[in-house]
Design a protein around this ligand. Structure first.
Ligand code: PLP
Length: 378
């Protein structure tokens, strides 16, 4: 059997990781400013994470969700404490798309309505509803196309108000910082309007924090920067530091009923052990604080870089918009300087999504490598 070809591949085969670095099969060391697509939060193969998973694996890897699993409650308590959502309810699943799918479905159960508002350049995953509200027709199969998904321009209050006029909206889903779309930020007034309109019309506000959550922005959820509370938060990526685990945090006013949500693997013992270890390290090593502090260091380091138009984002979720497409620059950084960076659907934007453990030394290395590469390319 051969592989179903879904991504263009770089000719690199990483075999080992430690902290902010990975090594390929030839022993070459790479600086990882991509975090395996915003997934690596506490650093590659963190010893506490490895030990906790191994311990759980030796004890019990899995049993069904029809039994008591105290690891789920332990994870919920820790997550509630660190995120500030102590009074929310946690549903555990396996991926970002699944988290959004369940959040959108739950909102429809609760409101009895079908229409969902999402935004241009947003990305919410590839399952049926998640992809329907994602602004990219290329990844939607005919079965995903529905009039119930209303994709509006970001930060256009007038258009948003009009969309609410008929009182048909079930939910509004918004990334606190758009990731794949190019690190675009909603305005304060726009977010306040979403919250107010949802409240007025009985719709639910869903914060997609799959990429911009879990401490990456320098706050637990990047939505926290707006001083608002969502009815549902979705999370994945950094939650498991590479172990597939995801969740949705559901506001206390939403009452669960049997049949609304369910999953075989979600919240299994091994996944919970991984997610608990991530939060323990995040707390113990003050990684959210580190993410907030390092934003300024990155911004300073990037000052005066040739051809760099703008640096967007918060914490360790940064978008570098250049005056030119960055494809060649990214390839040169990888092949000549051994540095992984991320792209975006906007061809001029480079995304930096490093592990939250990154230090001053690595940022300095990146600064020098970037300047050197740009000089070589001039
Ligand atoms: N939501 C956002 C904001 C994402 O960036 C992604 C993935 O990149 C998803 C949802 C989907 O997550 P997953 O690939 O784990 O299904």
């Amino acid at each position: 059997m051969k592989l179903f070809d879904v991504y263009p591949l770089f000719d690199i085969e990483p075999v080992r990781g430690e902290g902010v670095y990975v090594w390929d099969k030839n022993g070459t060391k790479y600086l990882d400013l991509y975090g395996g697509h915003a997934v690596i939060s506490i650093g590659h193969s963190h010893p506490h994470f490895v030990a906790r998973i191994n311990r759980q694996l030796n004890q019990l890897a899995f049993y069904s969700n029809s039994i008591i699993n105290p690891l789920q409650s332990e994870l919920a308590a820790l997550l509630g404490e660190i995120s500030g959502l102590n009074d929310y309810q946690l549903f555990l699943c396996n991926s970002g798309a699944e988290a959004n799918e369940n959040a959108l479905k739950l909102a429809s159960f609760v409101t009895g309505r079908k229409k969902i508002i999402s935004f241009r350049n947003g990305f919410h995953g590839r399952t049926s509803l998640a992809v329907a509200v994602t602004d990219n027709p290329k990844i939607q199969a005919p079965v995903n196309k529905t009039d119930d998904a209303i994709i509006l321009p970001l930060n256009d209050i007038e258009v948003l108000e009009k969309a609410f006029a008929k009182n048909e909206i079930s939910s509004v889903i918004l990334e606190g910082i758009q990731g794949i779309g190019g690190i675009n930020m909603p305005d304060q007034e726009f977010v306040d309007t979403i919250v107010a309109l949802c409240k007025k019309h009985g719709a639910l506000f869903i914060a997609d924090a799959v990429q911009c959550g879990y401490g990456r922005s320098g706050k637990f959820f990047s939505h926290d920067y707006f001083g608002v509370k969502a009815d549902i938060y979705t999370m994945a990526k950094g939650m498991g530091n590479g172990f597939p685990v995801a969740g949705i945090a559901i506001a206390p006013h939403i009452e669960p009923k049997y049949g609304m949500l369910g999953t075989t693997y979600g919240g299994n013992h091994l996944a919970c052990a991984a997610a608990i270890a991530v939060l323990e390290v995040m707390k113990g090593e003050s990684l959210i604080e580190n993410a907030a502090e390092k934003e300024a260091v990155f911004r300073n380091a990037l000052e005066g870089v040739e051809g760099l138009k703008e640096v967007r984002g918060r914490g360790l979720m940064l978008g570098l918009e250049f005056e030119f497409p960055i494809k060649e620059l990214r390839l040169n950084l990888l092949n000549q300087q051994n540095i992984f960076t991320g792209s975006a659907t906007d061809p001029n934007v480079m995304r930096l999504l490093p592990p939250l453990t990154i230090g001053l030394k690595e940022i300095e290395t990146f600064k020098q490598a970037l300047n050197q590469t740009l000089t070589n390319m001039a």
